[in-house]
Structures are given as C-alpha cells and as structure tokens.
Write a protein that binds this ligand. Structure first.
Ligand code: TUI
Length: 308
C-alpha cells in the first residue's frame, strides 16, 4: 500500500523522530510541506510531549505523528498521552513497542515501529504494526548494524506491510533507490537539520553543511547503544574512554545525553554530541523544509511515474 494513502499525505516522506530537535516547529513545517511531521518525544516527560502535540495542532491542519523513544523512562506515560490527545500516527525507536500495540490499535492509531533487523520486523508485523521504518546503519543517532541497501529488500521480502526506508536518504536519488529496493516511502532526518525551520543552534547546522563523507563516527558500540555523530572532540574522547572497555555505563550515558543538549541548544562544538547520518556529506545548502521535500519528491522518478 502507498504510504501517501495510509497517512493522508502529499509526499511519501516522513520525518525522523530526532530527540530534542523534532519540536512542534519542525513537525508542523514538515506536515505543512506535505510530508508526515513528527514530534520527537526523546527524553521529554509526558506533559512536555502533550504540550508539543497541542502546539503542533495549532500550527498545522495536516496529519502529524509522535515518535516515542522507548529507552526513555517516560515512554509508558507518553504511550497514554498519544491516545488522550488523539494522535493519528506513532513511530517508535530504540526498543520493542509490543506492550503498547494493543492499546494504540484500539485507539485507531497507525503504528509504525522503526526496526533495525528482519527478526524485529517479523515480530512487529505479527504484533499489528501498520508499516515499518527500516533504518540502516547510515542513519544518525541510535542505529543498528545493517546497511539500508541490504536491510530494506530483506525486510520487504519478509513482511506484507509497507516498508519506509531510512538511513542515507537526503535527495531524490535516495528516494528512487529506496523504491527500487521495494520501499514505499522514506524517512529523512539529517537533511532536515539544515533547514531554516529546524530549531537547533546554527553551529549544528553549519557542522552538517560542512561535513564530508567520512565525517561521522559511531560511539557507544561497546555499551550496546551505538550512536552515529559528527566527528569532534567529544566523539574522540568518548571513543578513547571506551577503547579499553573499562568506562562505566553511567559515565558514558551521562556523556551522551547531556552532550546532545549541548549540541542542540548551545552549539558547543567541542563538548556537544552532534547526531547526524552519513548523508551529511550530501547536504550542502540551507533551505526551507518545503524546498527540501519538493526537491526530494518532484525530481524523483517516482514523481515522473517511471518508478513506484
Ligand atoms: O531510535 C532511533 N534513533 C535514535 S534514539 C536516540 S536517543 C538515544 N541517545 C543515546 C542512546 C540511545 C538513544 C537517538 N537516535 N532510531 C530507531 C532505531 N531503533 N534504531 C535502532 C533501533 C532499535 C534498536 C533496538 C530498535 C529496537 C531494538 O530492540 C532492542 C531490544 O532488545 O528491544
């Protein structure tokens, strides 16, 4: 099924759930431009998420969703807020949403888990997922091990629900590639960091704009929570700390989540954790969200009716 019909959107493009970044401003901008905007609940508490949902409703009449980061201590409370607020679409990341599925389905919510492997994809299809975001290791933030190129077709073959490809998509070529692999849409994150509407510090935007192909690294492999970030002093220090496997988990987690805030709000070039995907090397221009979505879809072979 075409995700444009499933989600009632103009373009088959959904926004990533970027913690601390995907506020009502970004979500509304993406939904107003014809994609599916998402409020990224990240580490926020349930009342902050409720407030962001209400602010998004005030800024757009188009459909939008909420991304729930399941490692958050607030995930259970947020799972009720999306029902109470009548949210239409929920995407999930960083864990298994199985325990919430029944409640969300009963409320008529379209549930789209982000999955990093075939086994998860099959399990969540059985649990009632309406579609899946299949996220390759090229993506920014918390990632799995498998590439978009190899994972998307394996999951397309393994399930009967629509697959949305994520990880490495920043332009119309990425969208077309995703369709060739069998996906019915894409999720984008990194390219949206370089938009006027994205509410992050301008140093963060400039880092993305300047990044080359080799400018991301993965921290946290040793702790079981790999996170792709732009290379800087903080990333190098983190990798040094974990090189011999003797840093404590608490020490490392404090370093990562605190430093994401330093990147987003303070633009702290040395101490911040600037989450971004490998597609940062493809992003060279600051644009409006509308221009980014238009460029991705209206230059695609899918739009021209050649693919899809
Ligand atoms: O979730 C994401 N990307 C994220 S979450 C995030 S906040 C964070 N910061 C530091 C450490 C951890 C999180 C930043 N970026 N993408 C979707 C995604 N989900 N990628 C991988 C997964 C995933 C991983 C494990 C999904 C399920 C899963 O299952 C593990 C289990 O055993 O339940």
């Amino acid at each position: 099924m075409d995700i444009r019909d499933l989600l009632h959107i103009k373009y088959p493009i959904i926004q990533g759930g970027m913690a601390n970044i995907a506020t009502h401003q970004l979500a509304a901008a993406v939904s107003n431009a014809g994609g599916l905007g998402l409020v990224g609940a990240g580490g926020w508490d349930a009342e902050r998420v409720r407030d962001e949902i209400r602010k998004t409703k005030a800024l757009t009449n188009n459909p939008f969703g909420v991304n729930i980061m399941l490692m958050s201590p607030h995930a259970a409370a947020i799972s009720d807020v999306v029902v109470e607020e009548g949210v239409k679409v929920v995407t999930t990341g960083a864990g298994n949403p199985g325990i919430y599925m029944e409640k969300w389905k009963a409320a008529g919510i379209i549930v789209i888990p982000v999955v990093p492997s075939v086994a998860y994809a099959k399990r969540l299809e059985r649990a009632g997922a309406d579609a899946l975001v299949v996220e390759g290791t090229e993506a920014g933030g918390h990632i799995g091990e498998i590439t978009t190129m190899t994972l998307v077709p394996q999951i397309v073959d393994a399930v009967n629900i629509p697959v949305i490809a994520a990880g490495g998509v920043a332009d119309h070529r990425g969208l077309d590639a995703a369709y060739v692999l069998g996906a019915k849409g894409v999720q984008i994150g990194t390219v949206l960091l370089a938009s006027y509407e994205c509410p992050i510090h301008e140093n963060y935007k400039n880092m993305v704009l300047k990044a080359k192909d080799t400018d991301t690294v993965v921290t946290g492999r040793q702790t079981g929570a790999p996170v792709r970030v732009l290379k800087n002093k903080m990333a190098r220090e983190y990798l040094n700390l974990t090189k011999y496997g003797n840093a404590s988990l608490e020490e490392l987690e404090k370093l990562t989540l605190g430093s994401l805030r330093k990147a987003v709000f303070d633009g702290d070039l040395d101490g911040g954790s600037f989450m971004a995907g490998q597609s940062a090397g493809l992003v060279n221009e600051l644009r409006s969200v509308e221009d980014i979505l238009k460029d991705i879809f209206e230059n695609s072979l899918v739009y021209k009716g050649i693919l899809g």
